[in-house]
Design a protein around this ligand. Structure first.
Ligand SMILES: Cc1cc2nc3c(=O)[nH]c(=O)nc-3n(C[C@H](O)[C@H](O)[C@H](O)COP(=O)(O)OP(=O)(O)OC[C@H]3O[C@@H](n4cnc5c(N)ncnc54)[C@H](O)[C@@H]3O)c2cc1C
Ligand code: SF4
Length: 338
């Protein structure tokens, strides 16, 4: 066990001051990812800054008709919130497709964004891993890479971002609100997470002295024609092999606007604007869906064990678009678990 200090942040300014003064300090929210990483000796923080008492647990309407979700809102409270169920069912569906009821009760909105990859080499400290120890190499590229990325990879890392919730947030064009020593800023969701490039150890564009305070959803929630389709090895309690978030705005069989984001395929939730543009103005037919899938996967590359993901993603995109167009969102994971 590594020694670490434990502090409780008094307010947001105090949280920022504490994290800015110690590069090895980490915030702790639900702890469902951070504590596991500490137990596995993957992360060794000098101190934990407990943010769970900060007033960041509200869901409020914004002046433009959207919603602001505090960074400490639990995943389950978010999924079952009446406004989310009614106006952003894509987000509710994605959250309920992840983890287990117990984990969702603990996991926070901010922590979900910053959960780390599930690459097993990242967790296995006896193997080289550029994300865990920069410059040591990537064990997955020539190793067991069944869960790994097919888009946006680099020669340094082929890990995926594991979140379900973030795939829906990407499709909904959420924004991340953060506060640091330089003040507050709002980050477009597409710019929040990073591709690995030659710095795979950095997952996001959040600065080391910043805390996530909230997520903002724009008014449009695609509540009629949406789907979150997650394909995994078991029906529950498993990370996705691939997932697809779709929101469609359809008028008389023609798609007016489309949102398409993929999970389990890249180092960040993968949104393809070319595929979306292709769907805009097109008839809601299988032919249009197939064309969009081909566009979304045009740069896809497998690494051996994960080659199957390219065809799986192609079929998954077509199925998710068809489900959304029909207005039949998903299956069991949509159902409320009491
Ligand atoms: C067995 C298991 C199965 C799972 N299955 C799934 C799944 O299928 N789908 C899925 O999406 N997820 C899954 N998860 C992951 C789970 O959703 C995340 O662990 C959880 O969302 C993290 O939230 P947390 O509040 O517990 O974060 P913590 O563990 O407290 O923190 C995670 C990271 O975020 C940082 N952090 C937390 N809050 C803030 C903030 N406000 N500002 C800045 N930094 C912050 C912490 O410093 C830490 O680095 C699973 C987890 C487990 C253990
Ligand atoms: S894919 Fe990334 S996280 Fe996994 S071993 Fe390679 S460098 Fe590490």
């Amino acid at each position: 066990m590594n020694n670490f200090a434990y502090m409780r942040a008094r307010d947001i300014a105090d949280a920022v001051r504490q994290v800015a003064s110690d590069p090895a300090a980490r915030f702790i929210a639900g702890g469902t990812n951070l504590i596991d990483l500490m137990k596995e000796n993957v992360t060794r923080p000098s101190r934990l800054i407990d943010i769970t008492h900060l007033p960041l647990d509200k869901i409020e309407e914004t002046p433009d008709g959207g919603l602001r979700i505090g960074a400490l809102v639990a995943n389950s409270d978010l999924a079952y919130h009446p406004q989310i169920e009614a106006h952003y069912p894509l987000l509710a569906s994605a959250i309920l497709a992840g983890a287990s009821p117990q984990l969702r009760n603990m996991a926070s909105t901010g922590g979900n964004l910053l959960q780390r990859t599930r690459c097993f080499y990242f967790y296995d400290t006896t193997t080289p891993c550029n994300k865990r120890e920069p410059g040591t190499g990537c064990s997955a590229i020539d190793g067991i890479n069944r869960m790994h990325a097919i888009l946006g990879t680099s020669e340094h890392c082929i890990a995926t971002h594991p979140s379900d919730m973030c795939v829906a947030l990407a499709a909904l064009e959420a924004r991340v609100l953060a506060t640091g020593t330089g003040g507050e800023r709002s980050i477009a969701f597409a710019d929040f997470h990073r591709l690995p490039g030659d710095r795979p150890e950095i997952d996001s564009n959040l600065a080391p002295d910043e805390i996530i305070t909230a997520i903002e959803l724009p008014p449009k929630g695609f509540a009629t024609n949406y789907t979150y389709l997650k394909i995994r090895d078991r029906l529950s309690y498993a990370f996705g092999l691939i997932s697809i978030a779709v929101g469609l705005d359809i008028d008389g069989g023609t798609i007016k606007e489309a949102r398409l984001a993929l999970g389990g395929v890249a180092h960040k939730p993968w949104r393809d604007r070319d595929a979306e543009a292709q769907l805009g103005g097109a008839p809601a037919t299988e032919e249009s869906f197939l064309r969009a899938a081909e566009t979304a996967l045009r740069g896809a590359r497998g690494f051996g064990h994960n080659d199957f993901k390219i065809e799986l993603a192609r079929r998954g995109i077509v199925r998710a678009l068809a489900q959304a167009a029909r207005g039949t969102s998903q299956s069991q994971s949509d159902k409320r678990i009491e």
